[in-house]
Design a protein around this ligand. Structure first.
Ligand SMILES: Cc1cc2nc3c(=O)[nH]c(=O)nc-3n(C[C@H](O)[C@H](O)[C@H](O)COP(=O)(O)OP(=O)(O)OC[C@H]3O[C@@H](n4cnc5c(N)ncnc54)[C@H](O)[C@@H]3O)c2cc1C
Length: 338
């Protein structure tokens, strides 16, 4: 099988969905990227797949998600605004100190105020555990609303939970985005991208610890069956046709890279043939190996990523990625320079 070449690509998957079915489907897509088992996706496979991940404790895949809950005073608006501020401080203390990836923002809604609490599924699952130990009634308050909208992820409540002077509701993606555009520090929505790039670049991407990742596994993917794909190195870009996936000329440099790739792939296959597992045979695979990675985070995390990686000091292929990410956000009216 021949070695194939691809160009670095950025595919925006937009805001993490606020509706359960689409949220589960996105997490399945991300999770199946690791073992390249996307062909197993069916109309109804997402729920079981995500529940399996959750039961095995593979919660990092559940980070490709976002739930924003709005807390508002019950009854007379404003009468419990002190209570809302107290709740904000309590949540800041409990959530951000113990399960650091939440966002808690006070938003102005006409004359009244709304407290927005955001977290991905992993954060909420871990938070409910923390609240269960430190403040069970507050935990039950949130769990009830989470269960209502995401019953596949959050278990039903035990009967007899305490009444709170607040109501909860789910904030949809459109409102999340508007809140970010109007109050950039609220940081409520979560944005998901798929990058197709080389293994060297995914290694740089995953250094951005405030983002979340699921990437193709070189341990579990067997390239003997799929063939080996490399990314186009800079020096070959001018003679690569992205449409056809072929080189437009066979100059000595093109030949050199094809020969190198073919040799490495031959060694990989020889190692498999003598009984080594893919996770050991991968030792000979190059940094240039094509790799897929889903990367998810809030605007603050992406802004930091763009700041560091859309820079002359960065590797040209991660700089390309950062520029594409920058363009996406600029299309939403969000600029890292603002
Ligand atoms: C041009 C360039 C060259 C580089 N060269 C090298 C190199 O030679 N070797 C190398 O190892 N790396 C290198 N890196 C990677 C670099 O050191 C960072 O790991 C990477 O850029 C991620 O940056 P970050 O840690 O600021 O981002 P994130 O991990 O996303 O962190 C964002 C923010 O979260 C907070 N944060 C996250 N985790 C912690 C924590 N544990 N403690 C305290 N605060 C935290 C901080 O406020 C931080 O600003 C390079 C990066 C660039 C851009």
């Amino acid at each position: 099988m021949n070695v194939q070449f691809f160009k670095t690509k950025v595919i925006p998957c937009h805001l993490a969905p606020s509706e359960e079915r689409r949220a589960l489907e996105l997490m399945e897509l991300c999770g199946r990227c690791a073992y390249k088992s996307e062909e197993k996706i069916t109309e109804n496979s997402a729920k079981a797949f995500v529940q399996m991940l959750k039961s095995h404790g593979h919660l990092s895949v559940l980070e490709h998600s976002n739930v924003v809950l709005k807390v508002e005073p019950k009854g007379e608006k404003g009468s419990t605004s002190n209570g809302l501020e107290n709740l904000r401080l309590q949540l800041l203390n409990l959530l951000t100190e113990r399960t650091g990836f939440h966002r808690v923002a006070m938003l102005q809604n006409g004359p009244s105020r709304v407290l927005a609490v955001a977290g991905n599924f992993r954060s909420w699952i871990e938070t409910l555990g923390v609240l269960g130990r430190h403040d069970p009634s507050l935990g039950a308050f949130f769990q009830g609303e989470l269960q209502k909208h995401f019953p596949s992820i959050f278990p039903p409540l035990e009967p007899g939970s305490q009444d709170f002077p607040f109501t909860l509701s789910l904030m949809g993606q459109k409102e999340q985005l508007e809140s970010l555009q109007n109050h950039v520090h609220s940081d409520l929505p979560v944005f998901v991208f798929k990058f197709i790039c080389d293994r060297g670049i995914t290694h740089e991407v995953v250094r951005h610890r405030v983002l979340s990742f699921t990437q193709e596994s070189t341990r579990y993917v067997n390239y003997r069956n799929r063939g080996m794909a490399l990314m186009v190195p800079e020096e070959l870009e001018a003679c690569f046709d992205e449409e056809t996936g072929r080189f437009t000329e066979e100059n000595p440099l093109v030949r050199l890279w094809i020969d190198r790739g073919t040799m490495l792939f031959k060694w990989y296959q020889e190692d498999l043939a003598r009984g080594l597992k893919p996770q050991i045979a991968r030792d000979i695979l190059p940094n240039l190996l094509k790799s897929e990675i889903f990367v998810t985070g809030r605007w603050s995390g992406w802004k930091h990523f763009i700041g560091l990686r859309d820079s002359a000091a960065a590797h040209p292929r991660i700089r390309f990625i950062a520029r594409e990410v920058r363009k996406y956000f600029e299309g939403l009216g969000l600029s890292p320079e603002l």
